[in-house]
Ligand binder design. Structure first.
Ligand SMILES: Cc1ncc(COP(=O)(O)O)c(C=O)c1O
Length: 630
C-alpha cells in the first residue's frame, strides 16, 4: 500500500522494528521469574504515574514501551506465576498470544462467512473439537464469546427464546447458591426479578440435591409460575463441586425445562480421565458454557457457548437487516453474527487454533492432568498437617481449607488470622491465594490450574500458611451504622420497647442509638396462634425477630426447630445472594402461640449486617447452623 499522505500508515521497516521491540520487551517480561504474582497500587499512585493531557503529537515507541514497563505492567496480576492459586488463574501461552496478534494485526471481522470464510472455518473446526471433547453431537452449534459471563447470558437468552419467546413475569430460573454470580447478573440484565430466580441450597459436598430441585420446581406451577431454566455447576468457582448432571438432566427433561451446565472453569478437565469421570453427564445439558481463557490456557478474552440443538441457537439470535443482506449465508455457510449478540467480532479462534496445533492437544491433556494431580497433592499436604483443615472436598483443581488455631474458636478471629496468612503469601512473593466463605466460614482457596506450577510451588505456599506466626488480634473496633442519627420510627421514644430489643441476643452488643436506628427499620406485627407466617418455597424476603411467643419451623410437616422470644428467622431468604436474588423460603414457619414480631422488610437485613459486625457474625452463625444438609 502506498504511503501518500495517510497519517496512520507505516513503512515495512518501521513495522518490523516496532514489532521486534515489542516482542523483545514481552519475552523479557514473560521469562522474568522475579516479577511477583500481583502488583498493587492505589488510584492516586496510578493517576500520578499516568494522568496527563491527550498526546496530540507522536511519541517514540521506545519511550512508550519504557513507560508501559515502568508505570503500567508492574501493577497487575501475573496469572502465569507458578504460585498463582487465587481466583481462577490465567496462564496463557505464547502461540496463543501470537494467534491474537494475527487476528488483530489483520483485523479479522469474524461475523460473517462472506467476509471471513477462512477464519469462520477455523472457528468451526475448534468448536468441533470442543463438541467432541464434551460428547456433543455434530448438530450442536456454538460460538466463541468474550468469556463465561457472556456465554451464560447467551445461554439464558437462547433458552428463553427457544422455549418461551418474550419475557414474562411467570418464568422461573433455578440455580444453586454455588452458581457463579454471572448467572445472577445475566438474569437481572434479561429482566428477571427477585421472585423469578430461585437460589437453592446445596448438600454437604456443595452439590445440588436433585430432590431439592424437584421440590422447588414442582411447587411453582401451583402458584401460577413456569419453571423453565435450571443451571448446574460443572465445576463451581467456590469449591470445584460438580452438580449431579445426569440426574438433573432427567429432572429437567421430564418437565420440558432447559438444562444449562456452567462448565466455564471446569469444563476442559474432560481432557483428563479424572475430569471426564467428574463431569459425567455434561453432554446431556441443553447448553454448556466453557471458558478457554481459564483451563485451556488462552489469552483473554475467550469464552464459549455450545448448544446441543444448534438450530435453537441460530433461531434465537438470527436477524438479517437490509444492510446485511449482501452477507446473508447460504445453508452450508455460517455467519457467527447469527449465533450470538456480537456482529463485529474478532477471530478468537485463531489463538486456540494456533496454540492447540502448535503444542498438540496431548500437551494440554498433560498440563490439565498435572494440575489435577497437584491439587490432590495439596489436599494430601493439608490432610497431613495438624494445623490445616479442609472446608470442602477438593474437586477439579480447587482446594478450600484454613489454618486452625488452638487458642481460639472465634470465627471472626480465625477469619482475620487466615486473611493475614493469605496476605503473607503475597508479601513474601511466593504466590497468591484468595479466600471465600463456605457456609459462612472463612476459607482459603487454592485453584491449582497453572501449567507453570510445580509441587514445590504448592508446598511452599502451604508450608507458610501452616507455620507462619500470626499474633492474636484485638477485637475489631465496632463500626457505626452509616447513619446512627435515625431516631424516628414507631418505638424510637419508648425506653420500655428499646429494652425488648436489648434482650435479643442478635442485637445485645449494640448501643442505644444503634438499637433506635434498628427500630426505625422494623415494623411490629402480632400473629395469632396457628397462623402460617412463612410458606416453604415462597419468594418473600422479610426477616423476623420474635419478641414474644413461639413459632414452629417445619419442613414437610416435620418440626425442624422451635423458636421463641429473642430468636429470629427468615435470614436465609432475606440475605442477598447477588443481584437482589436469594433463597426461596426453605421451611414453613407457623405461630404456635400468639406471637409478637419485629418484621424487617426486604433489604433491611442487608443494611443490618453491613452496618454491625456483631449482627453479621450472629447471622453467619445462624446460616452455618440452619442451612439444610441432606
Ligand atoms: C463457573 C464460572 N462461570 C462463569 C464465570 C465467569 O467467567 P468470565 O470471567 O470469563 O466472564 C466464571 C469465572 O470465574 C466461573 O468460574
Amino acid at each position: 500500500m502506498g504511503l501518500h499522505d495517510d497519517p496512520l500508515s507505516l513503512d515495512r521497516e518501521t513495522m518490523r522494528r516496532l514489532g521486534y521491540q515489542t516482542v523483545d520487551m514481552l519475552v523479557a517480561r514473560i521469562s522474568d521469574p522475579s516479577i511477583p504474582a500481583l502488583g498493587r497500587a492505589t488510584p492516586a499512585e496510578m493517576r500520578e504515574r499516568l494522568a496527563g493531557p491527550e498526546p496530540t503529537a507522536p511519541t517514540d515507541l521506545e519511550e512508550i514501551l519504557e513507560q508501559l514497563e515502568r508505570d503500567v505492567l508492574p501493577f497487575m496480576g501475573r496469572g502465569d506465576h507458578p504460585g498463582y492459586f487465587a481466583f481462577v488463574p490465567f496462564a496463557a501461552t505464547w502461540p496463543g498470544a501470537l494467534g491474537d496478534f494475527v487476528a488483530s494485526a489483520l483485523n479479522v471481522f469474524a461475523g460473517s462467512w462472506m467476509e471471513s470464510a477462512g477464519p469462520t472455518q477455523v472457528e468451526l473446526e475448534v468448536l468441533g473439537w470442543f463438541k467432541q471433547w464434551i460428547g456433543y453431537p455434530a448438530s450442536a452449534a456454538g460460538s466463541l464469546v468474550s468469556g463465561g459471563s457472556a456465554a451464560n447470558m447467551t445461554a439464558l437468552a437462547c433458552a428463553r427464546e427457544s422455549l418461551v419467546g418474550a419475557m414474562s413475569p411467570d418464568l422461573v430460573v433455578y440455580m444453586s447458591d454455588q452458581a457463579h454470580s454471572s448467572l445472577a447478573r445475566a438474569a437481572r440484565i434479561l429482566g428477571f426479578r427477585a421472585d423469578q430466580v430461585r437460589v437453592l441450597p446445596v448438600d454437604e459436598t456443595f452439590r445440588l440435591d436433585p430432590r431439592t430441585v424437584v421440590a422447588a420446581i414442582d411447587s411453582d406451577p401451583a402458584a401460577g409460575r413456569r419453571p423453565f431454566f435450571v443451571s448446574a455447576s460443572a465445576g463451581a468457582t467456590n469449591t470445584g463441586s460438580v452438580d449431579p448432571l445426569g440426574e438433573l438432566a432427567d429432572v429437567c427433561n421430564r418437565r420440558g425445562i432447559w438444562f444449562h451446565a456452567d462448565a466455564a472453569y471446569g469444563g476442559f478437565a474432560v481432557l483428563s480421565e479424572e475430569g471426564r469421570r467428574s463431569l459425567d453427564g455434561l453432554a446431556r445439558a441443553d447448553s454448556v458454557t466453557l471458558d478457554p481463557h481459564k483451563w485451556l490456557y488462552q489469552p483473554y478474552e475467550c469464552g464459549c457457548l455450545l448448544v446441543r440443538d444448534g438450530a435453537q441457537l441460530r433461531s434465537a439470535f438470527e436477524i438479517v437487516p437490509d444492510y446485511l443482506r449482501d452477507a446473508e449465508a447460504e445453508d452450508s455457510e455460517v455467519n457467527f453474527s447469527d449465533l450470538g449478540m456480537q456482529l463485529s467480532r474478532s477471530a478468537r479462534a485463531f489463538k486456540l487454533w494456533l496454540s492447540l496445533r502448535y503444542f498438540g492437544t496431548d500437551a494440554f491433556r498433560v498440563a490439565i492432568g498435572r494440575s489435577l494431580e497437584l491439587a490432590h497433592h495439596a489436599a494430601d499436604v493439608i490432610d497431613a498437617s495438624p494445623d490445616l483443615e479442609h472446608l470442602a472436598p477438593p474437586s477439579l483443581g480447587i482446594v478450600c481449607f484454613r489454618r486452625w488455631f488452638g487458642d481460639t474458636s472465634d470465627e471472626t478471629e480465625i477469619a482475620r488470622r487466615n486473611a493475614v496468612l493469605a496476605r503473607l503469601v503475597e508479601e513474601q512473593g511466593i504466590g497468591l491465594v484468595s479466600s471465600t466463605r463456605l457456609r459462612g466460614r472463612y476459607a482459603l482457596r487454592l485453584c491449582v490450574m497453572n501449567h507453570t506450577s510445580s509441587r514445590t510451588d504448592v508446598e511452599r505456599v502451604l508450608e507458610l500458611i501452616a507455620s507462619a506466626d500470626v499474633p492474636a488480634g484485638r477485637r475489631a473496633p465496632r463500626t457505626q451504622m452509616r447513619d446512627p442519627g435515625i431516631e424516628q420510627g414507631w418505638l424510637a421514644d419508648s425506653d420500655a420497647s428499646l429494652a425488648e430489643l436489648r434482650v435479643v441476643p442478635l442485637l445485645a452488643e449494640l448501643t442505644d442509638p444503634e438499637l433506635r436506628s434498628i427500630y426505625a427499620l422494623g415494623v411490629r406485627r402480632e400473629v395469632p396462634a396457628g397462623e402460617r407466617i412463612v410458606q416453604r418455597w415462597d419468594a418473600t424476603r422479610d426477616f423476623y425477630v420474635v419478641l414474644e411467643g413461639s413459632v414452629a419451623v417445619e419442613i414437610d410437616d416435620e418440626l425442624i426447630r422451635r423458636l421463641s422470644a429473642g430468636e429470629f428467622f427468615g435470614e436465609l431468604a432475606a440475605l442477598d445472594w447477588g443481584a437482589g436474588f436469594g433463597y426461596p423460603r426453605l421451611a414453613t414457619v407457623v405461630a404456635e402461640t400468639p406471637v409478637r414480631l419485629v418484621v424487617f422488610a426486604d433489604g433491611s437485613l442487608a443494611d443490618l449486617v453491613h452496618s454491625f459486625p456483631t449482627v453479621d457474625a450472629h447471622i453467619r452463625e445462624a446460616v452455618r447452623a440452619r442451612l439444610p444438609r441432606h
